[in-house]
Design a protein around this ligand. Structure first.
Ligand code: ZN
Ligand code: FE
Length: 256
């Protein structure tokens, strides 16, 4: 079995779509296409043919290319069943526990609501990759548009169950701003400080900071670090619950 190829396709201002291809099976998916033109250009330059479109949630900056790409390639659109009505051109609705296969590759669908009420992740665990949309970002997490802090904390906790070496592919290049916020909470976290040095270098060259890994996120993403003594001291919340600490960080990030 050849390795699953994953290619990043920058879209709009700071969105990432991802081409996911199994050369052996001839299947090729795009995850969260905001718009069609950069995806078509990426396919053309590689001579690849699109077979699937995978959506993590309904927002236009993740589904805006669905209709045009489906029309152009006859690709099958896969998205959260619970949001069928809001996913443009959807063919196949999936839920947690739905078997989903891209050619011979198995993906586990994980329901991670809160940014939107039906947000999902596609976890290709055999291929060490998870697509987290706007729920888990590099050093950050999504805004709570359709859910509570409790709901988001539960969703992030599910993603934290994944193996540490699994690569995290998220929906936006927000890493630098996320890291700056993280440093206000945990300036003494050495992993965070050294990651930020890397991130600053990459962004200065306009290079992507994606993917990270579940392990790196656990060490540097404040939203996964509600147990951190330093974060709790900064927030003056030593004895608060995990959800309370999470909620306070999310509220602060909204106005950061
Ligand atoms: Zn979104
Ligand atoms: Fe988005």
């Amino acid at each position: 079995m050849t390795a699953l190829e994953i290619e990043l396709v920058p879209c709009l201002r700071d969105n990432y779509a991802y081409l996911v291809r199994d050369a052996g099976d001839g299947v090729c998916a795009i995850v969260d296409p905001s718009e069609a033109p950069p995806v078509r250009a990426a396919l053309d330059s590689r001579g690849w043919r699109l077979t699937h479109i995978l959506n993590t949630h309904h927002h236009w900056d993740h589904t805006g290319g669905n209709a045009e790409l489906k029309e152009a390639y006859g690709a099958t659109v896969v998205g959260p069943e619970k949001d069928r009505a809001r996913i443009p051109a959807i063919d196949v609705g999936v839920e947690e526990g739905s078997p989903f296969a891209l050619g011979s590759r198995r993906a586990r669908v994980i329901e991670i609501p809160a940014h939107t009420r039906a947000h999902i992740a596609f976890a290709f665990e055999d291929d060490s990759a998870v697509f987290t949309g706007d729920t888990l970002f590099a050093m950050g997490c999504g805004r709570l548009f359709e859910g509570t802090p409790e709901m988001m904390w539960r969703s992030l906790s599910k993603l934290m169950q994944l193996n540490e070496y699994i690569r995290v592919y998220c929906g936006h290049e927000y890493t630098l701003a996320n890291g700056r916020f993280a440093l206000t909470l945990e300036p003494g976290n050495r992993d965070l400080v050294s990651r930020m040095r890397e991130v600053e270098k990459l962004r200065a060259e306009n290079a992507p900071t994606i993917p990270s890994t579940i392990g790196l996120e656990k060490r540097t993403n404040p939203f996964l670090r509600v147990q951190s003594d330093e974060i709790r001291r900064t927030l003056n919340m030593r004895d608060a619950s995990e959800v309370e600490v999470f909620a306070e960080m999310r509220a602060r990030k909204d106005v950061f």
